[in-house]
Structures are given as structure tokens and as C-alpha cells.
Design a protein around this ligand. Sequence first.
Ligand code: PCA
Length: 179
Amino acid sequence: MVVEAETAALIFTYGTLKRGFSNHPLLQDMMATGDASYVGSYRTRDSLPLVCGPYRVPFLLNLPGRGQRVTGELYAVSQRALEKMDELEGLQRGHYERLAIDLVRGDDEEETKKKKRPPDHTAAQAYYAHRSYAEEMWKKNGEEGYCCYTEKVARGYVKRKDRPQTLTFLDQIRLFLNE
Ligand code: PCA
């Protein structure tokens, strides 16, 4: 468990970092070292577009009022874990941006039974698609968003190591948008 003093941020995961998806092992490692802990199932307070880009990579777009309310998992993470996540999400490379998000607690059976329930409302942060391509990504998806990145939505996902290595992720996004 991450003790309160060590929690650097609350991170809302909506995509491949969630349980059962390809980047979750990173969070599992962090939980094993006490650098992350699961808080609960949460939903965005506002509607926000959740769409897929190249290789079925999920992107939350910072375009409030469009799309639907999105369901995901909330984690408390240490500074060390936050730095690793920022690296994974390519913050310095213009892939994703870590920004604030307002959440309401989801109705997860497990948590409802707990004595010490996580808060009903909370402010956290999430990795949004970088603003440089968010609007275009929304149009490319026919202005339709998902409410949750499920296995069905993720079908066709290609892991980073299996993507063409000669192109950067931003190149791949560009190609996808221009297709
Ligand atoms: N990983 C982060 C952002 C998008 C992605 O695939 C997440 O799961 O929240």
C-alpha cells in the first residue's frame, strides 16, 4: 500500500493500463514495490471523447461535453511511479498530456462491501491525447466516443514492439489521421 505521504498523484487509467490490458504489468510491478495502489472504479464527471487511434491505441480527448462519460480505474501512485508512467505515455515526446480530471465513484461490488470506501467524488489526473492532434482524432472517429475501453473495443490492438520500428508514434498518428 502507498501510504498517504508517498502518494504523488491520483491517476485515472482508462486504457491499456487497466487490469487485463497490455500495459497493466507496469502498474502491477509498481503495486508490488508499494509505488502504486488501486483506489477503485471511477467514471468521469463530464462527457469526454474516448476514441481509438492507430493500432487500436486508446486516447481520451480533452474536449469536455463531447463523447460520453468514461469508466476506468483510479490508482494512487508515488513520484517514482509517476515518472515511469510519464515516460510510458511519452509526455516529453508530445504523445499524451497529463491533465486534471473530475471523477465520480463507480459501483464496483467489491468496493461497496468495503468498510472504508473510496471517496464518491475526486479530482485526479489522466493521460489525454496531446492537444496537437486531439481535434483531428475526434473527427477521424466520426465524432463518436466509447464509454469504456473494453476487450471488444481493444480488438486489433498491436503492442509497441510489434509496430513498425522505423516510424515514431507521432508519425504513426499522422498516418492514421491522413488515411
Ligand atoms: N494508457 C493510459 C492512457 C492511454 C493508455 O493506453 C491509460 O490506460 O490510462
